[in-house]
Design a protein around this ligand. Structure first.
Ligand code: BES
Ligand code: MN
Ligand code: ZN
Length: 502
C-alpha cells in the first residue's frame, strides 16, 4: 500500500473516500445526557457537507459509528465518511488507530482502493502521533485472512492519504509516516505467518521466510537444523521435534547497530510450534485445527525484528525462534521420558502437550549464551491463561519490576493489553519431580503460572518477561478495525520496548 501525506484542504482531497472524525463534546455523565457530536475538522466545505446529517441527530459520535455521505457538496471526493471517536476529552492515538482501521475496512467493503483520513483538529493527540496512528491502523485494517479462497481478488487498498493541516511542520510528520508504516507492516508480516496452515508453514518454511525477510531489511540470520540442536545439547527442544517427519528449525536473527552498548542486549525468544497435536498426550479433535497458530510467539519475534531493522534503535537485539512440529509417532517422546536442557536441567515429561516450555527452555538458555541481558519470550503457552484472562489481556510474568514498568509504558503507547500474574515460590513446588529436577506440567491449577515458573528456571539471573498470548493471538470475531484471525499481538509493544532504550 502506498502512503501519502498531503497538506491540502480536506475538501480538495481526491481519494475515493475521505474519513473525518466526529467527537462527543458533552461532558455530562448522567444517563440521559444527549451526545453533542461535532466534527473534528475545521474545513468549511466539509462542515457544510455534513451539516444536515449532524443536525438530524443521526451522528452520535459513539466509538466507531460510521455515517456515509454520498457526493458531498463542495468536495472533490465522492464519499465523506464520518467515524465516531467517542468522548472528545478522552480521545487518544489508540482511538485514532482504530478509526483508521475502520475506515480501511469500510472502504474495502465497498471495493474502493484509496482512502484519505484527516488528522482530527482540536484534540490532545499531536500531529505526528496522529499520522503514525493513522498509518498503522490503516495497514492493520487492510489485512484479510482468506488467503486460499478461490475468489480472493486484489482486495488490498492501494493508497492511504493522511490529510494534515497546511500549517504543519512537515519533517516530523514524514518521519512519523515511515514509522507507522514499519509498525503496521511488521504486525501484518507476523499475521501472514500465523495465518498459514501447518502444511504451508513448517519449521523449515518458517526459517526460509525469516531468512528472506532478514535479507530484505539487512539483518543477519542463521537457520539451524537438528544437528545444531544436538551440538548445543538442546535436548529439551529436540525432544519436541523427534516425533515429526518435519525437522526442527532454530532461527537466529541479529540486529547490531554500530556503537551499540554491551548492555542491554535484548533477546526476543518465540515459541514456533508450527502444529501442536499434543504429541502422544494427543489433543481432542474438536478445535485442533487452531493449533496451526501455535507458532504465533515465534512469528511475533520475526515481525518485531523486521520493524527493528527499519526504525534502527541504538541497541543490540537478537531474535530467536524455536520452531518444531509436535506430533505423535513411533519416534515421538512419551510421558515419563526424561530430557536434558542445554543448561543441564533434567526434565521429566509428564505431558507431551506441554511442549512450548520445552522448546523455550533451550531458546532462553541460548539467548543467554549469546550475551542477552534482557529476555522477552512470547508464546501461545497455556489454555490456563485463556481461562484466567479470556481473549482480552495476554498474560505477563516477570522477575524484574523495573523491566515491567518499562514494558507497561511501551504497551500503553502501543495500545495493547498485558496483565501481570504472580510467580511466588510456592508455585515452583508444583513442578518438583521425583526422578528429575523439574516436571513439564504442574496439572490444571494455576497452569499459566506453573508454565511460567518452568521457564524461569532457564533465565538464571537475567531480567525477563514472559508473554502468554494463547488467548489473544487468534481472534474469533471480526471487529470494525481488524479482521478476525491472527492478531499480531505484542509486535508493536515489543518494538516500543526496544525503542525505549534509545
Ligand atoms: N499450544 C497449547 C496452548 C494453547 C491452548 C494455545 C489454547 C492456544 C489456545 C500448549 O502447548 C498446550 O497444549 N498446553 C497445555 C499444557 C498442559 C498439558 C500442562 C494446556 O494448556 O492444556
Ligand atoms: Mn501443547
Ligand atoms: Zn503448544
Amino acid at each position: 500500500m502506498k502512503t501519502k501525506l498531503s497538506y491540502s484542504s480536506v475538501a480538495e482531497t481526491s481519494a475515493e473516500c475521505i474519513a473525518v472524525v466526529a467527537l462527543d463534546h458533552n461532558t455530562d455523565k448522567g444517563k440521559d445526557a444527549k451526545p453533542q457530536a461535532k466534527l473534528a475538522c475545521t474545513d468549511k466545505a466539509v462542515l457544510g457537507a455534513a451539516d444536515g446529517v449532524l443536525l438530524s441527530g443521526d451522528v452520535t459520535a459513539k466509538p466507531l459509528e460510521t455515517t456515509l455521505i454520498h457526493a458531498p457538496q463542495g468536495m472533490k471526493a465522492k464519499r465523506l465518511l464520518i467515524i465516531g471517536g467517542g468522548k472528545a476529552a478522552k480521545f487518544s492515538a489508540d482511538d485514532l488507530r482504530k478509526i483508521a482501521g475502520t475506515a480501511a475496512r469500510f472502504a474495502k467493503g465497498k471495493n474502493l482502493k484509496s482512502v484519505a483520513i484527516a488528522i482530527p483538529d482540536g484534540t490532545s493527540v499531536s500531529a505526528d502521533a496522529a499520522v503514525r496512528a493513522i498509518v498503522e491502523g490503516t495497514f492493520v485494517g487492510d489485512f484479510d485472512p482468506n488467503y486460499y479462497a478461490s475468489d480472493r481478488k486484489d482486495q488490498r487498498l492501494h493508497e492511504v492519504e493522511v490529510v494534515a493541516p497546511a500549517s504543519a511542520d512537515k519533517k516530523p510528520l514524514e518521519a512519523a509516516l515511515e514509522i507507522g508504516r514499519a509498525f503496521g507492516e511488521a504486525q501484518n508480516f507476523t499475521r501472514d505467518l500465523v495465518n498459514e496452515p501447518s502444511n504451508k508453514m513448517t519449521p523449515t518454511i518458517m526459517g526460509q521466510r525469516a531468512k528472506k525477510m532478514c535479507e530484505e531489511v539487512g539483518l543477519k540470520c542463521e537457520v539451524y537444523g537438528a544437528e545444531k540442536l544436538h551440538e548445543l545439547k538442546m535436548g529439551s527442544f529436540w525432544s519436541v521435534s523427534q516425533g515429526s517427519a518435519e525437522p526442527p528449525a532454530l532461527i537466529v536473527m541479529t540486529y547490531e547497530p554500530k556503537g551499540a552498548p554491551s548492555s542491554p542486549v535484548i533477546g526476543l525468544v518465540g515459541k514456533g510450534i508450527t502444529f501442536d497435536t499434543g504429541g502422544i498426550s494427543i489433543k481432542p479433535a474438536d478445535g485442533m485445527e487452531k493449533m496451526k497458530y501455535d507458532m504465533a510467539g515465534g512469528a511475533t519475534m520475526i515481525g518485531a525484528m523486521r520493524a527493528i531493522a527499519a526504525v534502527k534503535p541504538k541497541v543490540k537485539v537478537i531474535g530467536i525462534v524455536c520452531a518444531a512440529e509436535n506430533m505423535p509417532s513411533g519416534t515421538a517422546q512419551k510421558p515419563g521420558d526424561v530430557q536434558f536442557a542445554m543448561n543441564g536441567t533434567a526434565i521429566e515429561i509428564i505431558n507431551t502437550d506441554a511442549e512450548g516450555r520445552l522448546v523455550l527452555a533451550d531458546g532462553l538458555c541460548y539467548a543467554r549464551q549469546l550475551g542477552c541481558t534482557h529476555l522477552i519470550d512470547a508464546a501461545t503457552l497455556t489454555g490456563a491463561c485463556v481461562v484466567a484472562l479470556g481473549m482480552v489481556h495476554a498474560g505477563l510474568f516477570s522477575n524484574d519490576d523495573e523491566m515491567v514498568t518499562r514494558f507497561q509504558a511501551a504497551q500503553k503507547r502501543a495500545g495493547e493489553r498485558f496483565w501481570r500474574l504472580p510467580l511466588d515460590e510456592e508455585y515452583r513446588d508444583m513442578i518438583k519431580s521425583n526422578i528429575a529436577d523439574i516436571m513439564n506440567s504442574g496439572g490444571r491449577y494455576g497452569g499459566a503460572i506453573t508454565a511460567a515458573k518452568f521457564l524461569e528456571e532457564f533465565v538464571a539471573d537475567k531480567s525477563w518477561i514472559h508473554l502468554d498470548i494463547a488467548g489473544v493471538a487468534w481472534m474469533e470475531e471480526n471487529k470494525p478495525w481488524i479482521a478476525k484471525g491472527p492478531s499480531g499481538i505484542a509486535v508493536r509493544t515489543i518494538i516500543e520496548f526496544v525503542e525505549s532504550f534509545n
